[in-house]
Design a protein around this ligand. Structure first.
Ligand SMILES: [Zn+2]
Length: 368
């Protein structure tokens, strides 16, 4: 028995951004605030959107940090409040979308910013129109948002049905200007989302189908998009892979690789995608041992078995200059026991099919 509920309207395709005015008008929104990544202001995308939406745009909030903060959320809520807006349009990578999603809920539910990270009941939000400019986070199709509290050095995922955007406008052309390092780091996260789904105890036949498709698309297109940033076909397939993986993990949650990544990010500053990818190969292998269905999934993705998939994953990381070993990360092997211990804390480690002990995780990491 399983349920599958995905409420996001998806508008996908090259050039679909030029329909933004139609989409906003159709829904009856005449007052919107735009939340934007600075890169999208610099490359002219925001000016294009502002021209399309005309008078409807009441304010543009930018300067969103890479790990969006409570201060970023507060600035967006303030703009929503000042103009009594009908919707928020978020343009950028995961940071801009996550900040806009958190603000949309805080505004609508009247949640004080200082109470936001302890809040776990997100049931209402201002309608969110999400326009991703990178392939990876998939925030445009998920019900989660990760917000940082700088003062207390916390990074907390907010999860709730209201955090699903109303509409995702996914235009692969917006990713053509994505820098090479971002393509690599956010692109490898697509595979971590999809493979974590296959290794999640909450998987179901629909999430498996989406995750297998997303993995195949990402394995086949990520290196090309990295090496040839203006390759439209590769960019389009990556946008599709990212969104498809997002739809899958919106149902199952993530598992081992993400659970292990948080400490690598918070303690050693390893970027999210690279941190997840660091252990993804090992988690896939461990999960395949615990459930042979993952061997079949590896074949469906295009490999001989789970081991071949893990090897190909590491080769892909090397080819894009991402860390494969502790040496590459500049982390001392003496830290392995602590990393293993910390990886057992996050709730999504319980999602993992292979329930490994601290010692088994240490052994897994010794191989790196
Ligand atoms: Zn991720």
């Amino acid at each position: 028995m399983f349920t599958f509920h995905h409420p996001v309207e998806i508008r996908f395709g090259e050039g679909v951004i030029s329909q933004i005015n139609e989409i906003v008008k159709e829904q009856g929104y005449t007052r919107v605030v735009i939340v934007s990544a600075n890169s999208q202001i610099e490359n002219g995308v925001i000016e294009f959107i502002r021209t399309q939406l005309g008078e409807s745009v009441k304010e543009i909030v930018s300067d969103i940090e890479a790990n969006p903060t409570l201060e970023n959320v507060a600035a967006i809520v303030e703009a929503m409040d000042a103009h009594n807006v009908h919707a928020v349009v978020a343009v950028g990578g995961g940071s801009a979308m996550d900040a806009a999603k958190a603000a949309a809920a805080a505004y609508m539910q009247g949640i004080e910013i200082e109470d936001l990270l302890g809040h776990d009941d997100f049931t209402r939000a201002l309608p969110i129109i999400a326009v991703p400019s990178t392939s990876g986070s998939a925030s445009e199709v998920t019900a989660s948002s990760i917000i940082s509290d700088k003062r207390h050095e916390l990074k907390i995922p907010l999860i709730g049905p209201a955090l699903y955007p109303k509409t995702a406008i996914v235009d692969p052309e917006l990713t053509l200007t994505c820098p090479q390092s971002v393509t690599a780091i956010s692109g490898i996260d697509i595979l971590c989302h999809a493979l974590d789904c296959l290794g999640s105890v909450k998987n179901n036949p629909i999430s498996d189908a989406l995750a297998i498709r997303a993995s195949k698309l990402a394995f086949e297109n990520l290196l090309t998009a990295y090496q040839e940033p203006s390759n439209r076909q590769a960019r389009k397939n990556l946008s599709l892979a990212s969104m498809t993986a997002g739809m899958a993990f919106s149902q199952t949650g993530t598992s081992g690789s993400h659970a292990m990544s948080y400490y690598l990010t918070s303690h050693y500053d390893v970027p999210h995608g690279e941190a997840c990818a660091f252990s993804m190969d090992a988690w896939y292998a461990a999960n395949a041992k615990a459930n042979p269905a993952l061997e079949q999934h590896a074949r469906d993705i295009g490999f001989d078995d789970a081991e071949a998939l893990s090897k190909a994953f590491n080769k892909l990381k090397s080819e894009m200059g991402l860390a494969v070993t502790f040496d590459d990360l500049g982390i001392s092997r003496e830290d392995i026991p602590k990393i293993a211990e910390e990886s057992l804390r996050p709730a999504n480690m319980k999602n993992n099919i292979a329930q490994l002990s601290r010692d088994e995780i240490i052994e897994m990491l010794e191989g790196k």
